[in-house]
Design a protein around this ligand. Structure first.
Ligand code: DGP
Ligand code: NA
Ligand code: NA
Length: 213
């Protein structure tokens, strides 16, 4: 415990947004920056394609397999849950976790399908066993400009019409823990904005502020 009697912990920071908007680049850059200032930080990606559940998800995203919308959603949820204990252990031990997608992608992408029994509220309810992020960095870009980026269209959800629905779903999820960043700028400009948003959240966690949920 520190002077205020609160235990320092790592921050849980999720980067969210449509496909090909630059989340992975920004996650790597902020982790590198935090480490250079002495912060213990690691980057994870969801889905984690390395586990056996993750391999099923990968085949689905690559359109090598077909699955019922509810079934694939449960696999995405399970893929996050299989990392839960390690997440909580790292955070409690003071490590800041920077996530390239998390629960919010889960809710937004599945809700965007418009399947009546996979509503936003229902999808949210499946995430409650996971810690809420201290900060969600929402990188936004028009679906048309995402589509113009290299590699776009290779995976299942990379279609302009679907990405517009995902964008609307993310907008509906926003609350006071979200920061919205225009992802159409340069890598360095975006990194500067991300740094100014992330650093205070990391400090707050190190001072022991409460973890969401
Ligand atoms: P990438 O971030 O490039 O590894 O792509 C992962 C894809 O999977 C991306 O299109 C978002 C999507 N996705 C992530 N989590 C979930 C989820 O829980 N449910 C659904 N339906 N899609 C998800
Ligand atoms: Na993708
Ligand atoms: Na990515």
């Amino acid at each position: 415990p520190n002077d205020s009697g609160r235990r320092p912990r790592g921050a849980l920071i999720a980067f969210e947004g449509g496909d090909r908007c630059g989340k992975t680049t920004q996650c790597s850059k902020i982790v590198e920056h935090l480490r250079s200032t002495g912060v213990d930080a690691v980057m994870w990606r969801f889905p984690d394609r390395s586990t056996s559940i993750g391999q099923s998800i990968n085949a689905y995203l690559a359109e090598q397999s077909h699955m019922d919308d509810a079934v694939i959603h449960m696999l995405f949820v399970a893929n996050r849950l299989e990392k839960r204990d390690e997440m909580l252990r790292l955070l409690a031990g003071g490590t800041t976790l920077v996530l390239d997608r998390y629960s919010y992608s889960g809710v937004a992408y599945t809700a965007a399908k418009g399947v009546p029994y996979l509503s936003m509220e229902y999808c949210k309810s499946l995430e409650v066993l996971l810690p809420a992020a201290d900060l969600v960095v929402h990188m936004t870009m028009t679906p048309e400009s995402m589509a113009a980026r290299g590699g776009y269209g290779e995976e299942r959800y990379e279609k302009v019409e679907f990405q517009s629905k995902v964008m609307a779903a993310f907008e509906a999820l926003r609350d006071e823990r979200w920061a919205v960043i225009d992802a159409s700028g340069t890598i360095d400009d975006i990194h500067e904005q991300v740094t100014s948003i992330v650093e205070p959240v990391v400090r707050c966690a190190h001072n022991g502020c409460a973890l969401g949920r």
